[in-house]
Design a protein around this ligand. Structure first.
Ligand SMILES: C[S@@+](CC[C@H](N)C(=O)[O-])C[C@H]1O[C@@H](n2cnc3c(N)ncnc32)[C@H](O)[C@@H]1O
Length: 238
């Protein structure tokens, strides 16, 4: 499967939040036909994205584990993405399609963006959207996200406390991702705004051990990496 120039296509393949049944039919079809599959596996550890689709991999594909360090200094990760992009580009130039497996959706806080910005100028790239953690968490919590004139704000918990508070105060509905070690800060801010009662903490949506808690029951953390806080609208008659 190559394009007119006999070059391969790079797919950013959203594989959903964790439940293999939340993979799209399109992602499955691409996965079944590409000769090369790549995924981030930091420090030689396991890849969550690969584990989600493990049951669908035929075994005949070349697999590339991209070793991207997790560190606050962005330098080593930048170098690792450069090296990974070069390795993927080699396959594309030889006419082989490559699917990069992305947990959730590739363009929703996904590391695929770092490969996309390095490769999209020279190669054909197709992004296959996936079910996001945001929508999976809302479904699990039974919390409709936004309707009519309501605005939904998505925030990383890594923002400073003042910015978090200002942005949460300015929106009807919000989702806070990357909660992890920032849970106590998120709880403080939501408490000050009087939003705690309409907030839910969702852990590991679509994965083993998934759970939903009232924010007050979530403790002060640190929370696991795969956790998200949803702030719903006040209960109103519709
Ligand atoms: C780097 S972002 C990746 C988001 C992913 N691309 C998506 O579409 O959902 C990681 C953050 O997403 C959230 N997240 C991802 N998967 C999750 C899940 N299954 N349950 C709860 N939160 C999740 C967490 O807040 C986590 O810290």
């Amino acid at each position: 499967m190559t394009d007119g120039n006999q070059r391969g296509i790079l797919y950013g393949l959203g594989v959903g939040p964790g439940d293999p049944e939340l993979l799209t039919v399109k992602a499955l079809r691409v996965l079944e036909r590409v000769p090369v599959v790549a995924y981030v596996a930091s420090g030689g550890g396991p890849s969550l994205a690969r584990s989600i689709v493990a049951g669908y991999l035929g075994g005949g594909q070349v697999e590339i584990a991209l070793d991207v360090p997790i560190a606050t200094d962005p330098g080593p990760a930048r170098d690792a993405y450069g090296k990974s992009a070069a390795e993927i580009a080699g396959h594309l130039r030889d006419g082989r399609d490559v699917a990069v497996l992305c947990q959730g959706d590739p363009f929703f806080y996904g590391s695929f963006m770092y490969l996309f910005e390095r490769l999209a100028g020279e190669h054909r790239v197709e992004v296959v959207p996936g079910v996001t953690s945001l929508t999976a968490a809302a479904a699990l919590a039974g919390m409709p996200l936004a309707s009519r004139q309501e605005t939904l704000c998505v925030l990383p918990a890594t923002l400073c406390e003042e910015t978090l508070e200002a942005r949460l105060a300015a929106n009807d509905v919000a989702a806070v991702v990357k909660v992890g070690r920032h849970l106590s800060k998120v709880r403080r801010v939501l408490g000050r705004l009087g939003y705690a009662e309409r907030a839910r903490y969702v852990e590991r949506a679509g994965m083993d051990g998934e759970r939903v808690l009232a924010l007050d029951d979530a403790g002060d953390g640190p929370a696991p990496y795969f956790s998200i806080v949803l702030v719903g609208v006040e209960a109103v008659e519709r």
